[in-house]
Design a protein around this ligand. Sequence first.
Ligand SMILES: *Cc1c(COP(=O)(O)O)cnc(C)c1O
Length: 359
Amino acid sequence: MAINVTKSFFPPIEEYQDQLRRIWANEWLTNRGELVLELEEKLKTYLEVQHILVTNNGTVPIQIALKLLGKGGEIITTPFSYVATTSSIVWENCTPVFVDIHPEYLTIDETKIEAKITSKTTAILATHVFGNPCYIEVIEKIAKKYKLKVIYDAAHCFDVKYNRKSVFEYGDISTCSFHATKIFHTGEGGAVFTKDKDLQHQIFYSHNFGHDGQLAFYGLGINGKISELQAAMGLAVLPHMPRVIANRQKIVEIYDQAFSNIPLQLIKIRPHTDWNFSYYPIVLKNEAILDKVIGRLNEVQIYPRRYFYPSLDTLPYVDDCELPIASRISKSIICLPLYHDLEMSAVDKIIRIIKSVIC
Ligand SMILES: *Cc1c(COP(=O)(O)O)cnc(C)c1O
């Protein structure tokens, strides 16, 4: 059986059916039904956040955030993320301005942000990549000094805490993805977080066509609603999350141990972070060695992923620029298989193959 970089968690089917039965009893499929409201309440408690709005995916909330806070200006952003971070900026008629990344944390290099700020800059959109938080305090200071808004693409951050607080509580707006490949999922889904009451109101109507009741409109909107069917999956998955994350932690510890004294760069998690073990990236010496590692793993049906390649400043619809670290990292990084029921024998095999190539 092929081993992929990740595998969706499937709750016992009876538990999913129990949730579906509630939908059949209610005969109510979407527009914030009982299951969506319950999922929001349960997530609020689980994540210890003050506010959450659950959405249809993790991209629409980024677009809504940029619509409300980016206002067609220049957006300071990272080249090392999933394509949705950059494509959302361009989709919202804003201009991405890329800042290179930190070579060890892999998040935006906060020391290089100020040099890229102009009179047109409206916001910073940074990714807590692989669940590793950006240097939030410094970004906050810069944003305050230049009166910029801060949006965090926290798609990888389910259950991440920073300074003992949910990482979703930082920035003007944070977004998360509940896609099937993410650590907690609703098949397709996502969420948006803000502590600002005014923004909560704007985000809410923006995700529901701008509606103010049936007959009036607050403003422009899009359809960002999640359905009861997706919420059913979320409600069935959520109770299993502590075990899912604990299992991932065990595998991460085995990888860490195995790679501790060989010449291989691992991600450095920022201090004061309670991480979620969402990905296991390794940085190889160069692209040739990366190709060799992938080739050898593929021979035995093991499929790591090149997260994230290419560097987003090379997308065909943006101006490319000189970002040496992002360019080097994106060409030499892969994420190893990591999921709740990955077999220890597979982990051992992966470790053995990697060591045989690089040692
Ligand atoms: C998955 C992901 C998204 C998009 O989320 P969807 O739910 O698939 O729309 C955005 N940003 C990052 C960094 C992601 O990994």
